[in-house]
Write a protein that binds this ligand. Structure first.
Ligand SMILES: *[C@@H]1O[C@H](CO)[C@@H](O)[C@H](O)[C@H]1NC(C)=O
Ligand SMILES: *[C@@H]1O[C@H](CO)[C@@H](O)[C@H](O)[C@H]1NC(C)=O
Ligand SMILES: *[C@@H]1O[C@H](CO)[C@@H](O)[C@H](O)[C@H]1NC(C)=O
Ligand SMILES: *[C@@H]1O[C@H](CO)[C@@H](O)[C@H](O)[C@H]1NC(C)=O
Ligand SMILES: *[C@@H]1O[C@H](CO)[C@@H](O)[C@H](O)[C@H]1NC(C)=O
Ligand SMILES: *[C@@H]1O[C@H](CO)[C@@H](O)[C@H](O)[C@H]1NC(C)=O
Length: 272
């Protein structure tokens, strides 16, 4: 993978939020983190735009307990049909992600199309399965025509290297060296990223309705948590942690109350 370093710093979306909230006297209120005075239990008070983080009733992530989950035979397999696409590696300070610069592919949920826009990592995992937290979680963020989101979450245990992260190791090392200011994104062009590793079909997934796991915690997300746990190496975890802010090295929001929501299970093995 060529990682031509056309690295430059651009203003983050968070800075726009800062400008919007500056005349409230909430300077730097936008800066959320994962511990202390800017930690997850404070997000709802950092900025009026983040109020759903505190008052929302359909928040994410959640702990997927077996006894709260029901098999739904009407759920369909998620056909992922992604193609290689021009991509950019981004460090926004609170996580590392990849933005796709062109069409990668669509998924269909309940006859609605969602287009893959970006993906990013959380370390350790945000969703728990029967109380178990994993080493990492990748979020594939798809957007529908009406602005709603469908996120596919892939869980990783610490073991062998993940082939997708292997393709961007050069870029991740560059990000670690980059000296952007705290409120700026650092970006590195990846060129054409082969998305074959994301293309696999899944025999099992969990489905529920929830929110973004970072501010503003908007409750517009249809979640799909894949049942198959993949592997990521210790070295790759370090590569994904090194470039982000000190209080975001561990960037998993704690599990949120289910508040009566249903968790549905798609399981090909039990569908016959
Ligand atoms: C589900 O299981 C968890 C732990 O195993 C338990 O705390 C909880 O009460 C159970 N909930 C129901 C509805 O059975
Ligand atoms: C099962 O899945 C279908 C298709 O997504 C959905 O329309 C239906 O409401 C679900 N049923 C239950 C009981 O959740
Ligand atoms: C990839 O996208 C970037 C950002 O839009 C653009 O500058 C670059 O020219 C694109 N590269 C290719 C090969 O299309
Ligand atoms: C979804 O995409 C398929 C092709 O990928 C297309 O045939 C269909 O019309 C689209 N549906 C909507 C609702 O956009
Ligand atoms: C992909 O989905 C988007 C809506 O999210 C739709 O506008 C677009 O037409 C779809 N493209 C294809 C090729 O299905
Ligand atoms: C993904 O799978 C589809 C067939 O299901 C194939 O057409 C496409 O080329 C594959 N994409 C990649 C990147 O391998």
């Amino acid at each position: 993978m060529a990682t031509a370093r056309i690295c430059f710093c651009i203003f983050a979306l968070s800075l726009l939020l800062a400008i919007a909230s500056a005349y409230d006297g909430h300077d730097h209120a936008f800066e959320f983190g994962y511990s202390g005075s800017h930690g997850p239990d404070k997000w709802g008070n950092l900025d009026p735009a983040f109020s759903a983080c505190a008052s929302g009733k359909k928040q994410s992530p959640i702990n997927i307990q077996k006894n709260m989950t029901s098999l739904n035979k009407s759920l369909k397999p998620i056909v992922r049909n992604y193609k290689p696409a021009n991509a950019t590696l981004i460090n926004n300070g609170f996580n590392i992600g990849v933005r796709f610069e062109e069409y990668v592919g669509n998924i269909s949920i309940d006859n609605k199309n969602y287009s893959l826009k970006q993906m990013h990592w959380h370390l350790p995992s945000e969703h728990h399965i029967h109380g178990e937290q994993f080493a990492a979680e990748l979020h594939l963020v798809h957007k529908g025509g009406d602005g709603s989101l469908a996120v596919i979450a892939i869980l990783f245990k610490e073991e062998g290297a993940d082939p997708l992260v292997s393709k961007m190791e050069g870029g991740l090392k560059e990000l670690a060296k980059d000296k952007c200011k705290a409120d700026e994104d650092s970006v590195i062009a990846l060129g054409t990223l082969d998305t074959k590793q994301l293309n696999k079909s899944s025999r099992k997934y969990y489905r529920y309705v929830g929110s973004l796991t970072t501010p503003p915690c908007s409750e517009t997300v249809t979640w799909t948590i894949l049942g198959k746990v993949r592997s990521i190496s210790k070295e790759q975890i370090a590569l994904l942690q090194t470039p982000v802010k000190a209080d975001c090295k561990k960037n998993a929001r704690p599990c949120q109350p289910l508040n009566g929501r249903k968790i549905e299970l798609y399981d090909e093995a039990k569908d016959a």
